[in-house]
Write a protein that binds this ligand. Sequence first.
Ligand code: MF3
Ligand code: CO
Length: 249
Amino acid sequence: MILIKTDEEIEGIRKAAQVVAEVLEYSREIVKPGVMTKEVDAKIKEFIENRGGYPAFLGYRGYPAASCISLNDEVVHGIPGNRKIKEGDLVKVDVGVNLNGYIGDAAITIIVGDVSPKVRKLVETTERALYNGINQAYPGSRLSDISHAIQVTAEKEGFSVVRDLGGHGVGLKLHEEPFIPNYGPPGRGPVLKMGMTLALEPMVNMGHPHVKTKKDGWTVVTRDGSLSAHFEHTIAILDNGPEILSKIS
Ligand code: MF3
Ligand code: CO
């Protein structure tokens, strides 16, 4: 069942998602060459707590950190650790915040220093895929209209979308129904309704779409070792269309 949130609930989710937006903006400042990913995570945790929130990922199904920090061929769910960020890395920072029982979830891909035009294109295309997906989120549309817009945007540039993971309902729990594939034909799946809150999160690979999970039980990597990019927003479907709740305002 897809939950329909009240205006009051949406306001709570908006406030949580605003903290997520601020954390991600802050992470753009602290992600730089020479910094260990666990140092970034510690600062993210402190930032969230200073805002009166709790990191929604911490302890979720046993996840051991406040954020997911995934480098290069790591798609998502990278566990922060001793590794140092270096020039040319693609750093995906994914953060969830629980504020007063409401949850926001968003992610960005940060380009560290100089990368090739093709890598830049991968990152820009993934972000555009997210926005094109968001632009399908109107009351009366179908869920797979979002999926299709994301897939078309990525594949038009010669990239591929990850199949095994996708977006999700969010707001009162981190993962709510529905699962939102980032591919598929339009016009399928549940009808979107006012009051739904969703996390849309395209994961786009430079090579093949196939992924595997590493032995740590979390880190998802591309099977072919190709680079991957990820962007995510928490949105609400309002009567006049989508509102991006995790947008920096
Ligand atoms: N945005 C990711 C997701 O929705 C982050 C979850 S990480 C976890 O899957 F640790 F909380 F599982
Ligand atoms: Co998510």
